[in-house]
Write a protein that binds this ligand. Structure first.
Ligand SMILES: Cc1cc2nc3c(=O)[nH]c(=O)nc-3n(C[C@H](O)[C@H](O)[C@H](O)COP(=O)(O)OP(=O)(O)OC[C@H]3O[C@@H](n4cnc5c(N)ncnc54)[C@H](O)[C@@H]3O)c2cc1C
Length: 378
């Protein structure tokens, strides 16, 4: 290929979802990943917590709900395109107050969510084990979110990647993008470890690394890495079906074959990928308090991943303020799996000039981080 329409830096769920949609609309696309595609994406719990994640009005919530609804169709589409089943499970989510201290915050969230959707239910402590028989009756109450579902994140990442390849995208793994090539304020490609690649447009979808990429452009999105550790436990006997999410952020996501994915710790500003004994001990203590049956399980594996978090915890999606043809799509923080289908579609529409989509994406524009002095120069 002499010149691509799009070069995407980053082959996680975000980069590959965009690449897939662009290729499907007939554009030529190359994805470069510094390592194996999808660093955070392969580590994620896979929760599609479009209600669980919101406690008050947020410009992202409508997109999150729309994205969650896309998964039923996406499961079939990706199966057809890639042969991979993303293991969508629709058993709902219990958001739990582990103790009385967590109750006020949870009741407030319940008021907010139930005001928008009457299917959101409040469960008293004795009702919690009725909804999920493996749950302890020693909680202080829970919200039942029947519409919050889950997928197996590594399978979703692989399915997006393979579907993109099958749609004609060229994927280069272990090939970092090193520097942007700009002429007269316009992108014309990027330098990579295999040489300079020509492209009409470039998208920075490098997740937690996106803040450092293209520093030379004079604008770096304030995206930091947030390390998270996880452990999976295999149960043999009785096993829960619903996802359980504690107010303190510890969660248990039941996968197929009674595999319980327990996450996740949170260490801001850390690219360290080690898994600490203290982190895993804390997860196990909190998880077994909610689901005592976990004590009977066997440990399968532990791992960690790096979430991309913007300063205001919203994604950063849109045009670079100073360089024509350069775009950012990053900062999906704890919800990149959930948001990946909608992000791919919205980016494709935005890049092909849809004015309504540009309006919807305005709250996530990179320009919101410009200083007054920088704004004056745009
Ligand atoms: C422990 C954990 C649990 C999570 N649980 C959930 C969950 O339950 N639900 C949910 O919705 N989200 C969850 N998330 C968040 C979700 O995983 C992320 O928001 C999402 O994966 C971000 O996708 P991405 O494509 O932006 O980043 P990544 O998947 O990290 O992909 C970015 C890619 O860019 C590459 N890269 C870096 N530098 C360069 C370069 N110079 N050139 C080329 N490529 C480069 C990296 O190698 C990487 O593969 C979780 C995250 C973690 C860590």
């Amino acid at each position: 290929m002499n010149r691509y329409d799009y070069l995407i830096a980053g082959g996680g769920v975000i980069g590959c979802s965009i690449a897939y949609r662009l290729a499907k609309s007939g554009l030529s696309v190359a994805v470069f990943d510094a390592g194996s595609a999808g660093t955070a994406s392969r580590a994620a719990g896979g929760m599609l917590g479009a209600q669980n994640e919101f406690e008050f009005e947020n410009p992202l919530m409508d997109i999150a709900i729309e994205s969650r609804a896309m998964f039923a169709g996406l499961q079939e589409e990706l199966l057809e395109e890639s042969g991979i089943d993303i293991e969508l499970r629709q058993a709902g989510l219990l958001k739990v107050a582990a103790s009385e201290n967590d109750l006020p915050a949870l009741l407030e969230q319940y008021g907010f969510l139930n005001g928008k959707d009457a299917s959101v239910q409040w469960l008293e402590p004795h009702e919690v084990p009725l909804a999920e028989p493996c749950m302890s009756d020693k909680t202080a109450g829970a919200i039942y979110l029947e519409k919050d579902t889950q997928v197996k994140a590594p399978l979703l990442a692989k399915a997006f990647l393979l579907s993109a390849v099958n749609a004609g995208v060229h994927v280069y793994e272990q090939t970092p993008v090193q520097q942007l090539v700009v002429e007269n304020g316009q992108v014309c490609g990027a330098k990579t470890s295999i040489g300079t690649i020509q492209a009409n447009r470039v998208i920075n979808a490098a997740g937690a690394w996106s803040g450092d990429l293209f520093k030379e452009t004079g604008f770096t999105p304030p995206v930091i890495p947030v390390k998270g550790e996880c452990i999976s436990i295999k149960l043999n006997g009785e096993a829960p079906l619903k996802t359980v999410f504690a107010v303190d952020g510890c969660y248990i996501v039941p996968k197929r074959n009674k595999e319980m994915l327990i996450g996740a710790t949170s260490y801001p500003n850390s690219f360290d990928t080690s898994v600490t004994a203290g982190g895993i001990r804390s997860l196990l203590n909190r998880a077994a308090h909610l689901l005592p049956v976990l004590n009977e399980g066997t440990i399968e594996r532990t791992w960690s991943g790096i979430r991309p978090q913007a300063r205001d915890q919203l994604p950063v999606i849109g045009a670079h303020p100073f360089v024509s043809g350069l775009y950012l799509c990053t900062g999906h923080y704890r919800n990149g799996i959930l948001l990946s289908p909608a992000t791919g579609l919205l980016m494709e529409r935005f890049l092909t000039g849809c004015p309504e989509t540009a309006k919807r994406l305005a709250p996530f524009s990179p320009a919101r981080f410009l200083t007054q002095k920088e704004e004056a120069t745009v």
